[in-house]
Design a protein. Structure first.
Length: 703
């Protein structure tokens, strides 16, 4: 074993890289007659970076900051051994230049450049190196082959659609847009009707991005866009378009369906648009269901050889879509299909590799519209773009991207919007943050009002390790918050069960479950991590213990180690194709009517069916679920709750970023509570930003 492989094996034992990273590096070493240290180290670091969401390895930061590079990806224990890993990496690369590293990679049989690879594949379709060197001379990027192929597919799919001319000219669009948007929003900040502009730009090309923060009208814009497209078809005496609405998770799809149904009722569909209502879909599905997942594989039923029948596909919550999923979607779409990505570019990126929406929307705030685009929009919408957003050097992608710039959601509860804006700015001090909490301060048991909707709870550090469950522990403020938050939901579970009044009908049980779902959306506890004193597991146990102090609901909670009990909220953690339940679907365990006097512990888990109804599943059939009195911020994406409470761990780690805090805040519609221990961890969270290496970030699609 070489000295480098021995070092890498030591890094595995200390948690700096994964066994998988080492195994891949060892495999490359075994396959080559001579594998140089630059190739082997790059392989290990690339695999490690993929495990933390990076699509590729950006070689520059490794050479610029080797002592801290790995620490940015994992949370080392404060020991001398962990510190030595950074020193070892710095020693390994101290004599390397960027040019030296690139040349060593080019010389390896394990690596091909993007140019050489295309040439080799034309002469030998089976030729394929495991690694691909791409990017630019100034910023070389190293990929695992499949991730490079995913990015190529995304580039090509978007570029082809951006260059497809619209079937409709600006004068044809204007009358329908004027009907859909009869007047501009009556606010100074929204003097430009960005929703109207977004619809026009999404019609102009075969690909579009509509991004914006919470409450900026993304769903309303989607509904107007669908109506506009169907109206244009009708105006041209053509058949209605086949449209698909989709989202990454079941929660996000269900929420999109509800929002679209409400938006459709508010649209002005009369005159030329009177006959298109039935042609506008309101039911969304998950991306996995849309493409037809193949159990046990990475493949889908729909692909280039069996494309999806679709004229228009709208993907909501696109910030959650990883690079592989977008590549698979583009592969499954006919070249003539219109693709529209909707989401908040500032939210957390996907769990898997990539931050597609954030990368593609990197320049959205600056607009970068050309004068030709501005003139076209003036004709199509009657709207004038602000001069500061005009740039004749703007890329093709910018001409199909709209940032919705005014939020309406938090007009009644401005504290949440103000707090989210401060965090998203990225340069907010902890004192400014605390001042905002103080300005909108609310006591834990007080009513939520427009001026009282924020709460900041600082626990003493001893609270994170306290095993004492008495009311006087340092955890007491958090436990009081949990009791106030979940009491109403559990009382509906216990007291409103129609079986208490006799044998209920299925309709009555469904109505009860729907009421439980609605009440459950009033409060949700969020956390940044799965493990540790303030991770999901520990907080779920703390919540059950806190709720057991409420006499009225204590009997329904597990007094033993029972896994299933009435009132248990659960989250599906892996796709179950037999039950048609997808990762992210949320259900609640409820008491089912007994067959006889001895059958008093029958339970079913109720899930929304996506069509306003309820599915009831036996608990024994659910294999991959977890309790979600507490859930991670990542898992909460696509959801909205009246009140969310986010718990941050005592010590800072790489997971804690401004994007995580912003996402947690914006899951709330009325009130937000932040629970933390140390100012230093909170200060670092406010300043740390997610930056995932990818070719989409450094070279946006379509010049």
């Amino acid at each position: 074993m070489s000295a480098l492989l021995s070092t890498l094996n030591d890094w595995v034992e200390k948690g700096a890289i994964r066994p998988l990273d080492y195994a891949l590096t060892r495999f490359i070493d075994e396959q080559l007659d001579h594998a140089s240290d630059p190739v082997l180290l790059a392989t290990a670091l690339l695999s490690e970076a993929n495990g933390h969401g990076h699509v590729c390895l950006d070689l520059q930061p490794v050479l610029k900051h080797p002592a801290s590079y790995l620490k940015a990806h994992y949370h080392p224990q404060p020991t001398s051994d962990e510190q030595s890993i950074g020193e070892q990496l710095a020693a390994l690369v101290q004599d390397w230049s960027l040019e030296h590293w690139v040349e060593a990679l080019r010389a390896s049989e394990a690596v091909s450049t993007q140019t050489d690879d295309r040439a080799n594949r034309q002469t030998d379709p089976n030729a394929a190196s495991p690694l691909v060197l791409a990017g630019t001379a100034e910023r070389p990027l190293l990929y695992l082959r499949r991730y490079w192929q995913y990015e190529c597919a995304i580039h090509q799919g978007i570029e082809q659609r951006l260059r497809t001319p619209s079937a409709w000219d600006a004068p044809a669009i204007r009358p329908l847009l004027d009907q859909l948007f009869p007047s501009a929003p009556a606010t100074t900040e929204a003097a430009t009707n960005w929703q109207k502009i977004a619809c026009a730009l999404a019609v102009r090309a075969g690909f579009a991005i509509i991004t914006g923060g919470p409450g900026t009208g993304k769903t309303t814009t989607v509904m107007a866009l669908l109506a506009l497209l169907q109206g244009l078809q009708q105006q041209a005496a053509q058949a209605p378009l086949t449209m698909h609405l989709t989202a990454p998770t079941g929660k996000a799809a269900a929420r999109l369906s509800d929002s679209l149904a409400n938006s459709l009722q508010r649209l002005a569909l009369d005159g030329p648009l009177a006959d298109i209502q039935n042609a506008i879909p309101t039911q969304a599905t998950t991306l996995h269901r849309l493409l037809g997942s193949q159990p046990g594989t990475r493949h889908f039923r729909h692909h280039a050889g069996n494309p999806l029948s679709a004229d228009v596909v709208v993907v909501d919550e696109a910030s959650m879509v990883d690079v592989e999923m977008l590549a698979k979607l583009l592969d499954a779409l006919p070249a003539t299909s219109r693709l529209v990505l909707i989401g908040d570019k500032d939210q957390l990126a996907s769990v898997e590799a990539g931050s597609v929406l954030g990368d593609l929307s990197l320049q959205a705030h600056g607009g970068h519209y050309t004068r030709a685009t501005a003139a076209w929009l003036q004709t199509a919408t009657g709207e004038s773009l602000p001069p500061a957003l005009i740039n004749d050097q703007g890329r093709d992608l910018a001409q199909a991207t709209t940032l919705l710039r005014h939020s309406y959601r938090f007009a009644q509860y401005p504290g949440i919007g103000e707090l989210a804006g401060l965090v998203n700015a990225g340069n907010t001090s902890i004192d400014t943050l605390k001042a905002t909490f103080k300005r909108y301060a609310r006591q834990s048991n007080a009513a939520i009002t427009p001026t009282q909707n924020l709460q900041l709870i600082q626990l003493p550090r001893s609270a994170q390790s306290s095993a004492d469950h008495s009311a006087a522990t340092p955890q007491a403020p958090l436990k009081a918050l949990l009791r106030n938050g979940y009491r109403g939901f559990l009382e509906v579970v216990l007291n409103d069960n129609p079986a208490r009044a006799g044998t209920p009908t299925r309709e009555a049980l469904d109505a009860w479950a729907l009421a439980v779902f609605a009440c459950h959306r009033q409060f949700q506890l969020l956390t940044a991590t799965r493990q540790g004193p303030w991770g999901v597991e520990a907080l779920n146990a703390l919540t059950v213990g806190a709720l057991a102090d409420i006499d009225s609901i204590q009997p329904m909670l597990p007094s033993d180690q029972a896994q299933w009990y009435s009132g248990r909220p659960v989250l599906i953690t892996r796709n179950d194709y037999n039950l048609q339940l997808m990762n992210g679907d949320m259900g609640i365990c409820l008491a089912w009517p007994a067959l006889d006097a001895r059958d008093h512990k029958r339970l079913r888990v109720a899930f929304p069916d996506g069509n306003g109804g309820v599915r009831w599943i036996l608990p024994s059939r659910l294999q991959d679920v977890e309790t979600v009195f507490a859930m991670t911020v990542h898992k909460s994406q696509g959801s909205e709750f009246a009140h969310t409470a986010l718990v941050l761990p005592e010590h800072h780690n790489p997971v804690l970023t401004k994007e995580l805090l912003y996402t947690g805040i914006t899951r709330s519609s009325q009130a937000f509570t932040l629970v933390y221990s140390g100012d230093e961890a909170l200060r670092k969270t406010l300043s740390q930003q997610v930056e995932r290496a990818s070719g989409l970030r450094y070279a946006p699609a379509a010049d």
